[in-house]
Design a protein around this ligand. Structure first.
Ligand SMILES: Cc1cc2nc3c(=O)[nH]c(=O)nc-3n(C[C@H](O)[C@H](O)[C@H](O)COP(=O)(O)OP(=O)(O)OC[C@H]3O[C@@H](n4cnc5c(N)ncnc54)[C@H](O)[C@@H]3O)c2cc1C
Length: 486
């Protein structure tokens, strides 16, 4: 079935779209030959407004085997793996549609760049273990001939998670799972903690876990640009525009439990360009929903969730925008270079930023405190009331910090269980999800891109079985029970 689906557009080279200009044009023009050619063409196309100098390379192609909605780190990683795993070079035409080329509101560039193996669900640990291998060997994956090597500025300082008496048993069992999966994590008593990190006040800390290898932070912008550069070199097409509509066909089927369902297949993606009321239809075989915090809206456009409540048809993709603040402060007396990425038992976190006694951090609000996601303005009172007090209690030197900057970004928040949604939709049969990572999508991007590409190309997960992350769980009510959501 997949092969049939992918047949559309196979073998078409990327150059078949549009008519680009090239350096020789000006010479032709000077010689007056161009106008002669134009005249000849116009004479054979009566009334035609065809203009060979009109550059259409900014428009999307009329056909693409795969259309990826969203050019953030997840969408680009899917594009990369599709090209890397395709069976024959140039076999699949992949188009990435991104509405904001400045990425001004994209989660990827507003994140804090952390990667850890300290999760409780084996699949999350495996995703991060592969991603760290990818990041630490980034030039083996993303090098481009004749371009300088990529430096994502990985800082292997580790994560330090602190648990109160109440959370100690869960921490211990999480670490057991992490070790079983191959992560190098140690448990520390308050005394060991004081010896290693003398700047920590261990009051209220019963246990700590510390990642000794492959944890830390890196520059998300560098990863995004590295992926972009690489996929362009692999022939992936880009279009600056907004996906506004899908055109699909429907057929009816009855499930084994007797439920009548409508199966949908998307045939066309409509892409609207800035400042234009027109849209460009792109015929396609597969759509990847990698629109991050906006992927719930993209799913709705495809008809996901539009059915009677309690049915598979009526089950929506539970991914929403959730605003998260990041504060950046200076503190000359702060912990210094030996600072890992610290997650306090209160939920507040911080890490070092650069080498000049600067730090950044924040804290997720409670459900009741969730700010209005309508804009990305920063609430400075949130720092005063919710972030600073627990951090100053944990690191007394932070009493004297000075906030220098702050920003807000959106989590692609999965309200069901705060974990990724990966793989196809059961009813919109050619829409695949790669979204809902709720604060850990950046670090999972390299592995998730590979998983989605495997699913698209082979029909099943090959390297990491991500079945627990399938959409079906929302209908079945089976949550991914991850204890370490930050
Ligand atoms: C403050 C903060 C801190 C974070 N810290 C970490 C961390 O330390 N570690 C970690 O792993 N993760 C972290 N995350 C989460 C991580 O940033 C995200 O999970 C990840 O970046 C999601 O990537 P994405 O490509 O799905 O989304 P985005 O980067 O948001 O990309 C989605 C893109 O889709 C585009 N788009 C949306 N709708 C359309 C449309 N209709 N047409 C065309 N384009 C469209 C958007 O313009 C956007 O560029 C953090 C997030 C925030 C906000």
């Amino acid at each position: 079935m997949l092969r049939r689906a992918l047949r559309l557009g196979l073998g078409r080279g990327p150059l078949s779209r549009g008519l680009g200009t090239h350096r020789g044009d000006s010479t032709l023009d000077q010689n007056g030959k161009l106008s002669e050619i134009k005249k000849k063409i116009q004479s054979v196309l009566p009334g035609g407004a065809w203009n060979p100098l009109y550059n259409t390379s900014h428009l999307p192609p009329e056909h693409s085997d795969v259309v990826i909605v969203g050019g953030g780190v997840i969408g680009l990683s899917v594009a990369y793996w599709l090209k890397r795993l395709e069976k024959r070079r140039g076999a699949i035409r992949v188009l990435v549609v991104e509405r904001d080329h400045t990425y001004s509101r994209a989660s990827t560039v507003l994140s804090v760049g952390g990667i850890r193996q300290q999760f409780s669900v084996p699949e999350n640990i495996q995703l991060s273990l592969f991603s760290i291998e990818f990041l630490r060997n980034i030039n083996e994956y993303l090098a481009v001939v004749d371009d300088p090597p990529l430096d994502i500025q990985f800082n292997p300082a580790g994560y330090l998670l602190l648990a109160s008496e109440k959370g100690a048993a869960v921490m211990e069992s999480n670490v057991k799972v992490q070790r079983q999966e191959g992560a190098k994590v140690c448990l520390m008593s308050p005394e060991q903690l004081r010896n290693k990190f003398p700047w920590i006040n261990t009051e209220g800390v019963a246990l700590a876990s510390y990642g000794m290898e492959h944890e830390g932070w890196f520059d998300p912008w560098c990863l995004l640009q590295g992926l972009r550069r690489k996929v362009q070199s692999m022939g992936v097409l880009f279009c600056h525009g907004e996906v506004t509509r899908f055109v699909s066909s429907s057929s009816h089927a009855v499930t084994t439990s007797g439920e009548e369902v409508t199966l949908k297949r998307i045939h066309e993606v409509h892409v609207k360009r800035d400042h234009s009321l027109e849209y460009q239809p792109v015929e396609c075989a597969i759509v990847i929903n990698a629109a991050g915090a906006w992927s719930g809206q993209i799913a709705e456009l495809a008809g996901v969730g539009k059915g009677p409540p309690g049915t598979l048809q009526g089950t929506r993709l539970p991914v929403e925008l959730r605003k998260r603040y990041v504060y950046f402060w200076h503190c000359p007396q702060g912990p210094g270079l030996e600072t890992p990425f610290v997650i306090d038992a209160s939920g507040a976190y911080f890490r070092r930023e650069g080498l000049g006694n600067n730090y950044l951090g924040g804290c997720s609000p409670t459900e009741e405190e969730e700010p209005d996601p309508g804009n990305l303005e920063v609430d400075h009172d949130f720092f005063q009331n919710k972030v600073w007090p627990p951090l100053a209690q944990r690191v007394p030197a932070f009493e004297t910090l000075k906030v220098r900057n702050a920003w807000a970004g959106y989590y692609d928040y999965n309200t069901f269980d705060q974990n990724g949604v990966v793989g196809p939709h059961p009813l919109v049969v050619n829409m695949y999800f790669a979204t809902g990572f709720s604060g850990h999508g950046l670090q999972q991007a390299p592995a998730v891109g590979r998983a989605v590409a495997e699913m698209v190309l082979d029909g099943h997960f090959q390297t990491i079985n991500l079945s627990p992350f399938l959409f079906n769980r929302f209908y079945l009510g089976v949550k991914v029970q991850e204890h370490n959501i930050i």
